[in-house]
Write a protein that binds this ligand. Structure first.
Ligand SMILES: [Zn+2]
Ligand SMILES: [Zn+2]
Length: 77
């Protein structure tokens, strides 16, 4: 019997219970690595985890958080 991932709702051979980062779901391996990756991404400038500061913005080939982006914009003016 196939299991269903509670996140992407795909039918997969096996799901894992994932309970990190406030998530508590049965997930397929693709979703697990996606979430792990999401929480391991940090701002290239301040080094803070990206998920704490919103979506990262691409700036001069680096991914930086909106807080650092604001600082850069202020400095440019
Ligand atoms: Zn999934
Ligand atoms: Zn930053």
């Amino acid at each position: 019997m196939a299991d269903t991932c509670e996140r992407c709702e795909n039918s997969v051979d096996s799901v894992t219970r994932y309970h990190d980062h406030g998530v508590d779901k049965l997930l397929c391996s693709a979703c697990v690595s996606e979430i792990d990756e999401y929480y391991s991404i940090t701002c290239a400038k301040c080094g803070k985890p990206a998920h704490l500061r919103g979506n990262l913005i691409e700036f001069e080939n680096e991914k930086i958080c909106p807080v650092c982006m604001d600082e850069i914009r202020l400095q440019e003016n």
